[in-house]
Write a protein that binds this ligand. Sequence first.
Ligand SMILES: Nc1ncnc2c1ncn2[C@@H]1O[C@H](COP(=O)(O)OP(=O)(O)OP(=O)(O)O)[C@@H](O)[C@H]1O
Ligand SMILES: [Mg+2]
Length: 358
Amino acid sequence: MYLTALKLVNYRNFDAVDFEFPGRKTAVCAENGAGKSNLLEAIYFLAIARSGRGSRDRDVVRWGAEYFSIEASVAYEDRPRSIRIAFDRRAGKKKALLDTTPLPRLASLVGTFNAVLFFPEDVDLVLRDPPQRRRLLDILVSQSKTSYLSDLDQYRRVLAQRNRLLKEERGRDVRNLAPWDVQLAALGARIIRDRLDALDAMRPEIDGYYRQISQGREQIGSAYRTPVKADERERGQEILESELKQRRADEADLGYTLVGPHRDNLIFTLDGRSAHKFASKGQLKSILLAWKLAEAAYLESHTGRFPVLLMDDVFAELDRRRSEAAMELVTSFGQVFITAAREPEVKFEDRGFQRVTI
Ligand SMILES: Nc1ncnc2c1ncn2[C@@H]1O[C@H](COP(=O)(O)OP(=O)(O)OP(=O)(O)O)[C@@H](O)[C@H]1O
Ligand SMILES: [Mg+2]
């Protein structure tokens, strides 16, 4: 699956532009504020039907415009297809078309175009903030398992209702929690099992990619911290229910739920020490890069095709050896887009890249 052309209308700073991507390796080298990150965000929009930066649809519309549109030509193994996403600010409506057929729901687009996005802004945010690290796992699992997102949605609903009860009755013994506990534990156990399974499948890849990027300087470790032990994942519901019972008094004091996947943590270590506490900027960047490449490999093994790699400003802050290793790795996948504000030490042309100007 390859992106061969892209037409953007009123997307961020792009008024109306047509891009052609004849090769599998595309480099975009342009000054700060030129729209490099916006271009990658637009491509990723095709994969998840929303902004990968977490922006609202109306903030993506070019200032002063009424709508935006993203139109892509994608070459699949058997045939070319076109994907179009458009958002109308006045109507507040977003719609998607596949080969000119409107899709009944936007969600049905997900899975049509696979991509993995590396955004440098995510490095600090993601690796230093527990909820963002959990999001890494959520992005991963939701792309390979369709039931995961609905489990997650339901879990959040039950959690919000349970928290409301605890808050209303704060300081008192809440009697009618039992039905919530059962639902929370059942959904929570499924989410935890899926996350543990995905991380297990990813771990050898993460370790391998990190070793290559760091040239074996330090060893990465990754663990999912949860009350459910790795070898107990099939009994997760029981375990969560009993944890909930044990923490009942604390929950009544605090007025919110203390047990479940929303409290779990994804931990990275370098040579056994917490990365979020001790790792340097370049090391954190290497961790996120190793994760994203492992995500691409994981998606490939689940969908049978390489996702498009979108690598925004990946070389800044990496030393020469790490940059070279990163360049080597990202070009070993199917299709890759790399942006840079400055020419990297490793020349794009030497690696067979074609340039796009914006
Ligand atoms: N909705 C919008 N309408 C018009 N312009 C926008 C909109 N949202 C963002 N921009 C502008 O788009 C410009 C380009 O942003 P972008 O983040 O893509 O730059 P960049 O090329 O990645 O720069 P850097 O090298 O600093 O990362 C910014 O100057 C920003 O103000
Ligand atoms: Mg940028």
